[in-house]
Design a protein around this ligand. Sequence first.
Ligand SMILES: NC(=O)c1ccc[n+]([C@@H]2O[C@H](COP(=O)([O-])OP(=O)(O)OC[C@H]3O[C@@H](n4cnc5c(N)ncnc54)[C@H](O)[C@@H]3O)[C@@H](O)[C@H]2O)c1
Length: 381
Amino acid sequence: MKTIRFGIIGPGLMAREFASAAARWCHLVDPPARPEIVGICHRSPINLDWFKTHFPGVKQYTSDYRELLANSEIDAVYVAVPHHLHEEIYGATLRAGKHLMGEKPFGIDLPANTAILRSIDENPGSFVRCSSQFPFYPAMQRMGEMIGNRAFGRILEANTGFLHSSDLDTAKPINWKRKVEFNGEYGVLGDLGMHACHIPFRAGWQPLNVRAILSNIVTERPDGKGGMAPCQTWDNATLLCEALDPADGLHFPWVLKTQRIAPGQKDTWYTEIIGTKACARWSSASPNVLQVLEYTGGEQSYRTVETGYTPAYKTITGPIFEFGFTDAILQMWAAFINELVTGKSPAKFAGCATPAETRHSHRLFTAALQSAKTHTTVHLS
Ligand SMILES: NC(=O)c1ccc[n+]([C@@H]2O[C@H](COP(=O)([O-])OP(=O)(O)OC[C@H]3O[C@@H](n4cnc5c(N)ncnc54)[C@H](O)[C@@H]3O)[C@@H](O)[C@H]2O)c1
């Protein structure tokens, strides 16, 4: 089987998820290639024992990403670093002729995203995608099929979001994700927003305007050194968009929520679509359960579909079993490698987020910032 030799820049939380998925590549049935991690770039010698213990095949450890990018034995790079470094390191990766899996938000702001997309245009030999794993849950693949088949009829409303409560604890020390200079002015939108946009953008829905309400709820946090530090990022965001469905040229409300302080929610990603012919809703809080209402006249009732283990990229796991977060990560990486090697995806919703989709998200989040600042509805040009 063909091998894609990977470098990792930023061996933190998400890089370990990738490494773990690569280590169980045997789970996939007949993938066209497999990833092999051969180089790691870290800023400080943190968490490297885990990589050294479990990935003896890694030949290069460096604290300078330029050295990793100069390694001719590396074909593709997963860059999972804080947002202020996206523009610089994604651009350097592309100029080095490597394929790139970047992390969201794919640039700390719109100008950074524009610069990254320019580098992509200038380096057409590199295959580039943005990480976004939630659409790979089987229920979401089914919802994607319903969108593709126009099963919803006229879309009346869409609700998408990502809610968690990890910041409800005010004693939690500040980290880079709560600092504007590293996470960006978007705050929670930069951190969680792409997750709530991927399905609508893949569906082709276009937000025409947005009214956003952004909240900074916890304004200071322990600095980890005995004092307090200002915490200026937006904790919660609610966006009401008027969206266009190009399939019928009609408009509908799309409500997008990303919240770090959502009491009662652990890590909930959800999508609900309400249409004239059908409705469907799914939440990662009950990952196996897709609820569908098909309106054929008479009584309206939701039925529950237990989706089981029926992902887009076939695995050795039987369809009666349950699917979870790490399975979605494996599927996302299967999608990246499949598209890199074969040039296509098996289904419209079975592909990683594209650079163009990150561009749409930046336009929306930038308009949302302006809306929150001016307390007005902002039109997306
Ligand atoms: N897809 C998802 O569900 C998901 C979840 C969490 C984070 N993310 C994204 O992943 C990216 C990284 O987030 P994380 O949670 O893994 O962060 P993290 O803090 O756990 O890891 C970041 C790593 O980057 C390293 N780093 C910083 N500067 C570096 C440099 N100059 N060179 C090399 N390494 C450097 C840090 O030492 C750290 O190991 C962000 O873009 C974030 O938005 C995605």
